[in-house]
Design a protein around this ligand. Structure first.
Ligand SMILES: Nc1ncnc2c1ncn2[C@@H]1O[C@H](COP(=O)(O)OP(=O)(O)OP(=O)(O)O)[C@@H](O)[C@H]1O
Ligand SMILES: [Mg+2]
Length: 385
């Protein structure tokens, strides 16, 4: 993807004021690179990358303090952050085996403005051309309404964002989308309809996605119910392929039932997390849908079952549930009426409001599992062609 047309957001880790000032001076002379912040404390870097979401990180190898320069680099990679990383150093302190630390480029001081801008451009362009490593599209789906799709999709997306993944949440319930109300987004905030239908560029995404304070970006459903017909299955394919280039995780809160548009989302997904509950009608519908998925040709590993309110079994034994599904469900999320209602009413994800709650731990475990491609999972997409 060409990067020349858009701004590159840089985060710098530097504790020598003169060097920071020198870089600021070089960048002041141009428009393309925006310096978001200069961090002087290596311990805050992982948290700040998750919060500020820079396109590229630049670290001084000679950084002093509790966490030194290469320590920062190692922390960033250990946290699973995949953004491009440039290290600056002086000739007297070369970096042995930079690639082993996950460093994309070493820039020797002193450098010119031309060297700096070229290096940042080159690493960002290479990163984007490769696509976000392990970009995953995850549909949260259920054949029945009201089982917790929106609640789980939102909290899952935030948990993925907290784990350092650049994450987008898509309101795939195009007619009766819940996210606008849940997050108190104004009615005039842009929706999927505001994306141009042809030649969608990355910059268009930035204008249309809602930046939620929880750290994720959200593509909203149209603001009025009759507008859903204006979105075609081709639009969905285009939007998702573009989101894949920018985001490492894309979570879709799908509509109930199998409309053409919902099938387009499901086809494009690497993974479908299908919500079930201890309820005989839900289980009946889940089985019916499993048969449809089989006929469509989805490989068996594409769909994983999640039992929501797993501790509210209503007298049904887990074995009965497993028998009805044809296998044991892969995930469980407990019931927590008080916390879920309160956090949904406040538009705050419970994984942030009460990270210590059991339900938050369940979502964190789900996030860890869905973020890791298992076996041939990424190639499962678009089984219907
Ligand atoms: N694990 C849970 N514990 C307690 N309450 C829950 C849980 N999951 C969902 N709920 C509650 O169930 C209700 C329905 O949840 P939600 O709106 O997320 O479902 P949905 O599948 O998106 O519904 P729809 O089909 O209308 O889009 C909400 O009131 C929510 O607070
Ligand atoms: Mg919903």
């Amino acid at each position: 993807m060409a990067t020349a047309s858009r701004e590159i957001r840089l985060l710098m880790v530097e504790d020598v004021p003169q060097v920071a000032q020198y870089v600021r001076g070089l960048l002041n002379a141009q428009q393309q690179i925006k310096l978001l912040a200069v961090l002087t404390d290596g311990r805050r870097v992982v948290e700040q990358v998750a919060q500020l979401r820079p396109d590229v990180l630049m670290v001084d190898a000679l950084l002093q303090g509790k966490v030194k320069g290469l320590g920062v680099v190692d922390d960033v990679r250990r946290a699973g952050l995949t953004l491009p990383l440039v290290v600056i150093t002086v000739p007297q302190h070369p970096i042995p085996a930079p690639s082993e630390h996950g460093i994309d480029r070493v820039l020797g001081m002193p450098f010119s403005g031309f060297d700096l801008v070229n290096t940042l451009n080159a690493v960002v362009a290479a990163h984007e051309a490769a696509g976000p490593s392990g970009s995953r599209v995850i549909c949260v789906f259920a054949p029945k309404g009201g089982v917790g799709k929106t609640t789980i999709a939102f909290n899952l997306a935030v948990a993925l964002g907290q784990a350092g993944r650049r994450t987008a949440l898509v309101d795939g319930s195009l007619q009766f989308g819940d996210l606008r109300a849940l997050l108190r987004v104004p009615m005039d905030a842009p929706s999927i309809l505001d994306l141009p239908t042809d030649k969608i560029k990355e910059a268009d995404l930035q204008d249309v996605l809602w930046r939620d304070p929880s750290g994720i970006d959200i593509l909203l459903a149209p603001p009025r119910v009759e507008m859903f017909e204006m979105v075609t299955t081709r639009d969905i394919d285009k939007v998702l392929s573009l989101l894949r280039r920018v985001y490492e995780a894309i979570v879709i809160d799908t509509a109930t039932g199998l409309s053409e548009v919902t099938l387009a989302f499901l086809d494009a997904a690497d993974l479908v997390v299908e919500i079930v509950t201890y309820d005989s009608t839900t289980l009946y519908n889940t089985r019916a849908v499993a048969e449809t998925f089989r006929q469509i040709g989805y490989p068996p590993g594409k769909v994983r079952y999640l039992v929501n309110r797993a501790d509210s079994s209503g007298g049904m034994a887990p074995e009965q549930l497993a028998q009805a599904l044809g296998r044991a469900p892969e995930y469980e999320v407990v019931s927590d009426g008080r916390l879920v209602v309160q956090s949904n009413n406040e538009g705050v994800p419970f994984v942030l409001a009460s990270p210590e709650a059991k339900i938050s731990a369940d979502i964190a475990a789900l996030a860890r599992s869905v973020a890791t491609p298992v076996g041939a999972a990424p190639a499962m997409a678009r089984a219907r062609g």
